[in-house]
Design a protein. Structure first.
Length: 362
């Protein structure tokens, strides 16, 4: 017996039987995947809506988008407690976050690093590690967990909220992990916004040159957006220098996170909550390094790099909205004044260190 499809191609009964068998085999798999994606979609969608709202507030009222996404996310904390959004919010806070960090690699190139000269590059690198070390030591002295010291120290030293989220992804989890991440993102964003206004005034009072002012702003302000805002509010030359210096600090994200992952693995402190041992080098750091290498070779057109940079920014904005949803305001208030003192001391230290370095090298 022969069967014919609409286009006239004959199909034998055996072929039809095989097609039916294949469909019955694949259909449950497809149904399972669709069910999984449906399970994740609601949480991701609400996180994206919060992120779009935060961006709207940022563009129309001048508030930092990251800060608005975080605060709006906290207001919707109940969505992460129960209901259809729970799994999607967890997925967004973890997987989408790592995806956004990986795409940060398109901002980095070897040409950026070489442009500043060995003295300033060395100063920036030393400042990053000293700030992280200071955070670790002060956290211990204040009786706080070492995780908080590394998290706040890394965010202050490297690139604010983005660094905090990348570092949090490799630190072993405990009951305070999400609270500490939200506190750190909130704190560095507020401090960056404050610094965007205050630091240019400090630079002017110290009679720093346009280049030195750019190094000061790029070397001390936590978040990239606030560095750009502060730098170009002074002059084009200062803005260009500040952005360059800031991107050098961003370059330190991958080696620092990799170092943390190696030490945590060596100490047997890695997070095994998912039932398997995590890889030594997180996949998002591999992605970051691959994109940075490709960009350094000049293989990524500027328009493509800008597109991926925008995707990265949106992914991080959506992820931080989800992180906010997973944290209750009541638990945030439990962080205590010692944590505030810790991140303020780290901020003051990096300001003093960069100013001291400028007196020597610029």
């Amino acid at each position: 017996m022969k069967l014919f499809v609409a286009v006239g191609t004959p199909i034998s009964s055996n072929q039809l039987s095989n097609i039916g068998y294949a469909y019955m085999t694949i259909s449950p798999i497809i149904d399972k995947r669709v069910a999984q994606w449906n399970k994740l979609f609601a949480g991701f969608a609400v996180s994206a809506i919060v992120a779009v709202t935060a961006q709207f507030f940022s563009e129309h009222y001048g508030a930092p988008a990251m800060l608005m996404a975080l605060l709006l996310g906290i207001a919707f904390n109940f969505l992460s407690e129960e209901g259809n959004c729970v799994h999607g919010i967890s997925f967004t806070a973890k997987t989408v976050l790592r995806f956004g960090v990986a795409l940060l690699g398109v901002r980095i190139s070897a040409e950026l690093i070489v442009g500043l000269g060995p003295e300033l590059i060395g100063m920036i690198i030393v400042g990053v590690f000293l700030t992280i070390g200071l955070g670790f030591v002060i956290a211990k002295l204040l009786g706080r967990n070492w995780r908080l010291g590394l998290l706040t120290g890394g965010s202050v030293a490297i690139c604010g909220a983005s660094a905090a989220m990348a570092i949090a992804a490799v630190l072993p989890k405990n009951q305070y992990s999400e609270r500490n991440l939200v506190f750190t993102v909130l704190s560095v964003t507020l401090l960056s916004t404050f610094a965007m206004v205050l630091y240019p005034i400090i630079a002017e009072s110290l009679a720093l040159s346009p280049v030195a002012t750019g190094v000061f702003l790029g070397g001390t302000i936590h978040d990239v957006a606030q560095v750009v805002g502060a730098g170009f509010s002074v002059s084009q030359e200062t803005g260009d220098t500040a952005t360059l210096v800031k991107l050098i600090r961003v370059c330190m994200l991958a080696p620092v996170v990799l170092l943390f992952a190696i030490v945590i693995r060596a100490k047997g402190l890695e997070d095994n909550s998912e039932g398997s041992r995590p890889p030594l080098v997180p996949s998002f750091i591999i992605g970051f390094l691959i994109l940075a290498t490709i960009n350094s070779l000049g293989l990524i057109p500027e328009s493509v790099a800008q597109f991926f940079s925008d995707v990265s920014r949106w992914a991080l904005l959506i992820a931080i909205a989800a992180v906010g949803m997973k944290t209750s305001l009541r638990r945030m208030l439990d962080v205590g004044g010692q944590a505030v003192l810790l991140i303020v001391l780290e901020t003051v230290f990096i300001v003093g260190f960069v100013l001291a370095g400028l007196s020597l090298f610029v």
